[in-house]
Design a protein around this ligand. Sequence first.
Ligand SMILES: CC(C)(COP(=O)(O)OP(=O)(O)OC[C@H]1O[C@@H](n2cnc3c(N)ncnc32)[C@H](O)[C@@H]1OP(=O)(O)O)[C@@H](O)C(=O)NCCC(=O)NCCS
Length: 187
Amino acid sequence: MHMEPRPVSFSQTTLTELMIPSYANFGGKIHGGILLSLIDKVAYACASRHAGTYCVTVSVDGVDFLQPVEVGDLVSLHASVNYVGRTSLVVGIRVIAENVRNRTVRHTNTSYVTMVAKDDDNKPTAVPELLLENEGDARRFLEAIKRRELREQYRDAFDNAKTRLDVPHNLDKLARERCVIGFDGDV
Ligand SMILES: CC(C)(COP(=O)(O)OP(=O)(O)OC[C@H]1O[C@@H](n2cnc3c(N)ncnc32)[C@H](O)[C@@H]1OP(=O)(O)O)[C@@H](O)C(=O)NCCC(=O)NCCS
């Protein structure tokens, strides 16, 4: 079935939520899990708008919380489809925290969520192509391809290194680390 390509603007979604005291951790800052949940929700809404179907989360990249989010901040998550494959979509999410009293705004992180569209039988189903309307749309699409290639290379290299990792012959590397070997290692 042919589907008309859909522009990025068709599915762009913003989710805004006030950070209330019950979202705080023991240090008084917002729990990372609250932000992850909001990232997942906005990714779902954006991907499903583009696909026109139910979508599931496959992976999340780039969740680095470099600045804390405070109780009382108004957090906005701006989501847009950056890339589509046959059944998968990558949604880019820019997270902004606003101090509502002095109106200062911080960019806290940008994450990339891969979602897969599912049909009524829970099988992956094809999504419409993405209509790239400007150079920015094309740049984000190309960046998503690059990110996927690098992720695949990293996964292969890590799997390879893991299978070749000889623990007894590498225990000396732990001497400089902040750990104590509490078993009889053949060092
Ligand atoms: C993700 C899932 C649909 C893949 O199923 P599958 O039978 O391997 O399907 P396919 O091989 O046809 O892959 C479907 C798409 O997912 C993509 N995909 C699969 N694994 C992936 C991964 N680890 N990272 C990124 N994309 C992935 C494939 O590239 C493919 O994309 P494309 O159609 O655009 O080329 C399946 O594993 C699933 O349903 N997982 C559970 C998801 C879920 O429930 N999430 C909620 C979290 S609790």
